[in-house]
Design a protein around this ligand. Sequence first.
Ligand SMILES: NC(=O)c1ccc[n+]([C@@H]2O[C@H](COP(=O)([O-])OP(=O)(O)OC[C@H]3O[C@@H](n4cnc5c(N)ncnc54)[C@H](OP(=O)(O)O)[C@@H]3O)[C@@H](O)[C@H]2O)c1
Length: 147
Amino acid sequence: MTPKLYRELTADFATIPAVNQVECNPLFQQKALREVLSENDVKLEAWYPLGHGNKELLEATVITALAEKYGKNTGQIILRFEVQEGFIVLPKSTNPERIRGNIDIFDFALTDEEMDSIRALDTGKPSHDPEAPGVGEMLLNAFKIHD
Ligand SMILES: NC(=O)c1ccc[n+]([C@@H]2O[C@H](COP(=O)([O-])OP(=O)(O)OC[C@H]3O[C@@H](n4cnc5c(N)ncnc54)[C@H](OP(=O)(O)O)[C@@H]3O)[C@@H](O)[C@H]2O)c1
């Protein structure tokens, strides 16, 4: 959801959610929404943490250079960045070797400068726009939540 949708929805909530799962990865870092969530210490859980396998992200020069430096694959560098940013990450892989590798990100740390170099990849544009015409109606029709 966007900051606008988040504010509209939670205005009616008796209990503020502890976690909000939204699209988030180095190409779309949700900077505006994170500010809103931080007001109530709501944790961000990254949906598409690896950009849905997007090559523009997985093959970005900044990421591949760090992968070489730390002897990791590019997915591991992205996940490490996200963990250091405080995101909850649940990456998906169908490949047993990558599934094992995606957990193996706690034996190194990115420096402040390296974190900044990945922060600079933010385009501010999601792959999915929750405010696009028809999205709200589609979701309300797909889930039975207002009995
Ligand atoms: N809210 C819910 O109930 C719910 C339910 C289900 C899923 N989800 C979320 O929905 C999202 C599903 O989207 P997604 O699977 O496209 O997300 P994703 O985790 O951003 O991307 C997965 C893609 O990245 C590739 N990949 C995985 N590890 C890699 C690595 N180390 N290096 C390079 N490529 C790697 C995978 O290919 P390979 O398979 O070939 O490794 C796959 O193509 C996930 O964020 C999941 O947590 C939410």
